[in-house]
Design a binder for this molecule. Structure first.
Ligand SMILES: C[S@@+](CC[C@H](N)C(=O)[O-])C[C@H]1O[C@@H](n2cnc3c(N)ncnc32)[C@H](O)[C@@H]1O
Length: 297
């Protein structure tokens, strides 16, 4: 486990054991974004933290984004992120996509990493065919080497979602649901619309992108040092990977500017607990659903 990442990064990761119930009304209150309100001390820290990483370093990080994620998987292999068994539970939409029981669904997991979302889904639902892509060649290789990988039910391929056309691997208007789970936050905000446009082409009209990612004022955001700020709500970890923290307004504007309609777009407030170490941290995620307009023909 990479220490710098455990301090500054995503505790969706391995070191935290349990995600307990929604904490609205507990340690959290509704704020101007309906997200977490900062304590005066946190507020002061965020206001003070205005110096940005130099342009030179920012350009380098952009050029090396793929390399840095690939090195991340070289260091951590398949051990960093926990399997995401909540996907079917919380995204009932996946099941809701069906017009009849056991209807075969085609999904795309964009930015699949080593398959922590993908494999639980394939195991839980035998009537899914999944495309899965990531720009880290190592991550894609780990997916293909997974004993649960079955070419009859899954096609994994390397793709930089900001520049490689998904149509090279997936027919247009053919996917019933796209999962975008903790991926857009890793993309430079100026390039996020390119990812959404790319996905739009393969999604069937009337079908949705299922989104989950970091929300503004998430614990991981508050932990970043002043030397890690790249821009508004955008930070770099010590390993060179980057993370954006979304407001629901920013996200809605991003999706609608590309042509999607907002179906759901809300903050999910959680407390992540590490029982062993007696640690409990407040988390803020955005869980959203955006629809490509039109009806399937
Ligand atoms: C935090 S991980 C999440 C992985 C996976 N979705 C999960 O939930 O376990 C972010 C992933 O996004 C991938 N990624 C970042 N930018 C990308 C891009 N431009 N194109 C494709 N994948 C990208 C990274 O390689 C990494 O695997």
């Amino acid at each position: 486990m990479n220490e710098s990442r455990s301090l500054q990064g995503d505790t969706t990761a391995a070191q935290f054991d349990v995600v307990i119930s929604n904490c609205e009304g507990g340690t959290f209150q509704k704020g101007e974004h309906n997200a977490q309100i900062l304590s005066p001390k946190e507020d002061k820290k965020m206001a003070k933290n205005q110096t940005l990483v130099s342009d030179f370093k920012q350009k380098k990080l952009e050029i090396e984004a793929q390399k840095n994620w690939d090195l991340f998987y070289k260091r951590n292999s398949t051990n960093f992120f926990k399997d995401r068994h909540w996907t079917t539970r919380e995204f009932e939409e996946l099941k809701g996509c069906r017009e009849f029981k056991d209807q075969k669904l085609t999904i795309l997991e964009a930015g699949c990493g080593v398959g922590n979302c993908l494999f639980p889904l394939l195991e839980e639902d035998l009537h899914i065919f999944a495309y899965a892509c990531d720009f880290s060649p190592r991550a894609v290789e780990y997916v293909k080497q997974n004993p649960l990988y079955d070419a009859q039910r899954c096609k994994a391929f390397q793709c930089d979602l900001t520049k490689d056309d998904l149509l090279e691997n997936i027919p247009s208007d053919s996917v019933d649901a796209v999962m975008l789970i903790f991926v857009l936050s890793a993309v430079h905000p100026k390039k996020m619309h390119l990812v959404l446009r790319n996905i739009y082409k393969v999604l069937k009209p009337g079908k949705c992108v299922l989104f989950r990612d970091y929300g503004i004022h998430d614990h991981a955001m508050l932990r970043f040092k002043s030397t890690s700020k790249l821009g508004e709500n955008f930070y770099v970890r010590q390993d060179g990977t980057r993370s954006y923290f979304f407001t629901n307004d920013f996200l809605a504007e991003l999706f609608t500017s590309v042509g999607y309609e907002t179906v759901v777009n809300e903050y999910v407030l959680r407390e992540t607990v590490n029982k062993k170490e007696g640690l409990s941290v407040p988390r803020v995620f955005l869980q959203s659903k955006f629809r490509k307009p039109g009806r399937e023909t």
